[in-house]
Design a protein around this ligand. Structure first.
Ligand SMILES: Cc1ncc(COP(=O)(O)O)c(C=O)c1O
Length: 237
C-alpha cells in the first residue's frame, strides 16, 4: 500500500468492515493508512456501512476519529445493514464543511432527496437503544456460526467472518470451472444463491471464491445447509 501512494494520490477508498472479505481492519492497520494519507495529503473516503456488524468482541474504529483524520475523511454509512432495510437506499456522508458544499450540489442533481417516509423511519431507527446493537451482534453471531457449520460440512474452505454478514468461501475443492459456473449450478440445481467472488475483482482475477450472506432466518440457513450437502460428493480428495 505504501508503494501505491504518491503525490498524485488524491483519495483512498476504505471499506471497513469489508464486503466481500468480511475483514475488520485493526487499529494499527488503520493508523498506518492514516499516516500515508497525512504524508501524501490524501483524502479518505470510508464506507463504514457495516459499522455495527463486528463479531467476537472486535471494535469498529471510525477512520475519522484517528488523530488528524477528521479534516480529510468522508464517512459514508446508511440504514440498510444495521436496520435490515436494504432496498431503501437511505444513507449519509459525514465530511468537513469545506467539502460538503460540493457534495450537496451533486446530491441535489443526482437524487434530490431520500423519500420522506424513509427519512422519518430513519429517525426512529437511529433512536434505537444500545440494547438493539447488542442484540444485533448476538443474533448475527448465532447465524454466522450456524452457516459456518453448514459450509464446513459441505466441504468449503473459509475464514470465519470478522465483520459484515458475508462468508467469502473458497470453492476450488468442488471441481467447477470457476466461481460463475458454481454460482449458476447453485441457482439452477441446488436452489441456493451465492455471488461469484470475481465480481469484486479485475476481470479474470480470483475466480475461486463465492460469497454467502448469513443475514437470513436460521431455518433458511438450515435448508441451504441441507442442499449444500449434495456438494460433499463432488469434493476431490
Ligand atoms: C460496503 C457497502 N456499501 C454500501 C452498500 C449499499 O448500501 P445501500 O443499501 O444504502 O445502497 C452496500 C450494500 O450492499 C455495501 O455492501
Amino acid at each position: 500500500l505504501a508503494r501505491a501512494f504518491n503525490k498524485r494520490t488524491k483519495a483512498i477508498i476504505i471499506n471497513n468492515p469489508n464486503n466481500p472479505t468480511s475483514r475488520v481492519f485493526t487499529l494499527d492497520e488503520l493508523q498506518f493508512i492514516a499516516s500515508l494519507c497525512q504524508k501524501w495529503g490524501t483524502l479518505a473516503i470510508c464506507d463504514e456501512i457495516y459499522e455495527h456488524m463486528v463479531w467476537d468482541g472486535r471494535r469498529h474504529v471510525m477512520f475519522s476519529t484517528l488523530p488528524g483524520m477528521e479534516e480529510r475523511t468522508f464517512t459514508c454509512s446508511g440504514l440498510s445493514k444495521t436496520y435490515n432495510v436494504t432496498g431503501w437506499r437511505v444513507g449519509w456522508v459525514i465530511a468537513p464543511a469545506v467539502y460538503t458544499e460540493a457534495l450537496r450540489r451533486v446530491h441535489d442533481y443526482l437524487t434530490l432527496s431520500a423519500p420522506t417516509p424513509f427519512q422519518y423511519a430513519g429517525i426512529c431507527a437511529l433512536e434505537s437503544p444500545p440494547q438493539f446493537y447488542d442484540d444485533l451482534v448476538s443474533e448475527h453471531t448465532a447465524l454466522r456460526d450456524r452457516l459456518a457449520g453448514h459450509l464446513q460440512a459441505a466441504g468449503f474452505n473459509f475464514l470465519l467472518p470478522q465483520g459484515s454478514y458475508f462468508f467469502f468461501a473458497d470453492c476450488s475443492p468442488f471441481g467447477f470451472e470457476d466461481d460463475r459456473q458454481l454460482a449458476q449450478y447453485f441457482a439452477e440445481v441446488l436452489k441456493v444463491i451465492a455471488v461469484p467472488g470475481s465480481a469484486f475483482y479485475q476481470p479474470g482475477q480470483n475466480t475461486n471464491l463465492v460469497r454467502f450472506c448469513f443475514a437470513k432466518p436460521l431455518e433458511m440457513l438450515d435448508l441451504a445447509g441441507e442442499r449444500l450437502l449434495a456438494l460433499a460428493s463432488r469434493v476431490k480428495n
